[in-house]
Design a protein around this ligand. Sequence first.
Ligand SMILES: [Fe+2]
Length: 159
Amino acid sequence: MNAKEISLEEVKVKPVVDHLNDLLANYHIHYQKLRGCHWNVKGTSFFTLHLKFEEMYTAALVTIDELAERILSLGKPPISTFKDYIETSSIKETQTIGLKDTLMVKAIIDDLAALIKMEREILTITADAGDDGTNDMINRFMQFNEKNTWMLRSFVNED
Ligand SMILES: [Fe+2]
């Protein structure tokens, strides 16, 4: 499929797709980090964080699928190998075994900051491309990340 089938200009959609594939890679690394935190968290906050990380990785999984299917809707293939995700992602993997619970939360806060920054950039690019569908979707993801930044920062007592 070509972007013009949904009334978008191919040349303007190219940077959108490239950025969506970058974001997809970053979400995969973020997702696996959340799973590691969910599994390996220890301490008095276990029940709180174990559940919170599960809520977040479940949301990330839905986001990943929406991103990949949006890329397909724009007429291009989503990247789909771990090799590509690791090579493409600017968010890096974190060893969660033995990691203190508050450091897990801080690692996730850092991921969210990186994702929000990428999402803001995509909002500008999609606005330029007239791609309101992608713009709306990314805006939702960004709002989710903004809200969770507030909650996680409150958890670790940061303003
Ligand atoms: Fe579980």
